[in-house]
Design a protein around this ligand. Sequence first.
Ligand code: HEC
Length: 253
Amino acid sequence: MLRVILLIGALAVSPVAHAAGGGGEKLPNEHWSFEGPFGTYDRGALQRGYQIYSQVCSACHSMKYLSYRNLSALGYSPDEVKAIASQYTIIDGPDDEGEMFERPGKPSDRFKAPYANDNAAKYVNNGALPPDLSLITKARPNGANYVYGLLTGYEDHAPEGEELATGQYWNKYMDGHKIAMAPPLADEVVAYEDGSATTLDQYARDVTQFLTWAAEPEMEVRKRTGIKVLLFLSIFAFIMWRVKKKIWKNVKY
Ligand code: HEC
């Protein structure tokens, strides 16, 4: 009985489909702290992941559904969030004279986008559009393993018989294998303050955890609620079973 309840619980709370990646290559199957019915995000990994996003990925990728104040969920204090937001210059306006003006970012501002519009983004990226990363782990099947795989899945050369155009790179997990994103990460490119390994593998894991949180910030609450509901339902079912026995006790077949 317990096993059945746990199984139903696991199915109910985990929407992860184990589909293969678009590249045909089987995706890595990493262990993530946020997997499973009791999974939670690792605050340290989220903060490091935000650091990777802000120091590397944000040069090309927007995250338009996030505001700086959302970062408080990563464990930053209100003052730290204010300090992070104020590092960015936001264009606001129009003012009383009808002019747009620049001001430091506030916690309520959305993450600043790297390009003014999609055409500008394509123009500087060889015609390829760097997608918004707010929901990327939901937009791709088996998203966390896909993003991790993509970041670690570059090959130095295309296989024999394959041609890469300028600005294209060979990636094991990209759909069609040809990707217009240069390998964004490599060992030692970002300095961590908490003593974590400064390796490509660690960076990829951390930024994947951050992007998974961004796509589903309510996941922990959702799972906790699911567990509570299941617990309530099983206790309620037990009580109802006892009630039924009691009511029908004296009735002969
Ligand atoms: C120099 C610009 C640049 C940087 C920096 C960069 N990207 Fe990209 N990224 C791109 C471009 C351009 C594409 C579109 C590639 C294509 O369609 O071939 C892309 C595509 C992607 C995709 C989507 C692949 C798909 O399935 O369509 C993901 C995921 C991604 N990048 C993640 C990241 C992450 C995470 C980082 C930071 C560690 C990062 N990128 C840094 C330019 C960049």
